[in-house]
Design a protein around this ligand. Structure first.
Ligand SMILES: [Cu+2]
Length: 125
């Protein structure tokens, strides 16, 4: 008799586990689908005192969702010459980059000793 109870509990646990697993998978799929629908993104991840890539690339003429993530410290960025500024209050902006070229991106918030060197590049192709 007790074996049956144990077996039933085991079965229920398995079903619950499988349910959670499938729910996660479908959530992830929905997330990916919505990301694909949103179009191209340009994500700057900032730490003390650098951005996560030495160079970023976008295509000209496309609407791009630009975002700043402060992973460490507090930083703000400016894409020089394009009037794009992001900080902790305005973390994202939809930007259409019209003119191909290489633009300097730098931190515009005095964030510490490494601040003057906190620069990266954006290449619009
Ligand atoms: Cu800074």
């Amino acid at each position: 008799m007790q074996k049956w109870i144990m077996f039933s509990l085991f079965l229920i646990a398995c079903l619950l586990g499988a349910g959670v697993l499938f729910q996660n998978v479908s959530l992830r799929q929905a997330e990916q689908a919505s990301q694909a629908a949103e179009g191209p993104t340009l994500k700057f991840v900032a730490t003390n005192y650098q951005f996560d890539q030495p160079e970023y690339t976008v295509k000209a003429g496309q609407k791009v969702k630009v975002s700043l993530l402060n992973k460490e410290g507090l930083h703000a960025l400016e894409i020089v010459g394009l009037n794009v500024k992001l900080d902790n209050n305005t973390k994202t902006a939809d930007v259409t980059f019209d003119k191909p070229g290489t633009y300097e991106v730098h931190c515009v918030l005095p964030c510490g000793p490494g601040h003057p060197n906190m620069k990266t590049k954006l290449v619009v192709q």
